[in-house]
Design a protein around this ligand. Sequence first.
Ligand SMILES: *Cc1c(COP(=O)(O)O)cnc(C)c1O
Length: 248
Amino acid sequence: MTEQPDNTPGSDPRSTELAERLAKVRKRIAVAAESAGRGDHPPSLIVVTKFHPAEDIRRLAVLGITDVGENRDQEAAAKALELADLNLTWHFVGQLQTKKAKSVARYAAAVHSVDRPQLVDALAKSVRNEMEASGRSRLDCFIQVSLEDDGGTHRGGAAPGDVPILAEQITGTDSLNLAGVMAVAPLGAPPEPAFEKLAGVSARLAAAYPGATGISAGMSQDLEAAIRFGATHLRIGSDILGSRPAVG
Ligand SMILES: *Cc1c(COP(=O)(O)O)cnc(C)c1O
């Protein structure tokens, strides 16, 4: 057995911690996918790195992470610039103001929080401009669906009944690609009924748009339930990175 020298990239204590946490999460995903009969097509892992420094993303890249998620444009844009050498795939997962579409179009490969017609318009235009200016490819769009029992939108998202109109609008552009649906499970309730409902919304969408089979669901607390109900993209933050630094 040869010992690694201490200056090997990724051998600092934080890298060791991240490696251990990531291994645990990967194990949970593998076990859940296996028991859902999906061992041969497990969901892909997006590590949500919001509030954590760019150096942590560098450490994660050494550990094989290729997909990262952020929920604030200012933070995401700065990290994407700083880490441009890593060839990462950036996913925007937070509520998005239309005025930020132009910035997001510069670095994001996917937006998971598309929830209203004005945002589709803004993204379509900004991504089209970027396609012409920098040769970027189409933006993958997940329609965020609200799964609140009371029909409210406390955690964001369109009402399930508004999904078809948004889907039609997205597929009518030449710069956006309809990837599927996304949801955040309601707080303070078991996630299973919500993810079951999302699976139904997804099935109806995919029947009309055969390419739109993505289901972005599952966070640290509920990834097993999400996998059981067909999640294709997990968005995991705190169980890999630790608790987020407090913000003022
Ligand atoms: C922060 C965040 C996540 C990750 O949540 P964890 O509980 O830290 O795993 C996933 N999705 C969205 C939309 C988020 O904002």
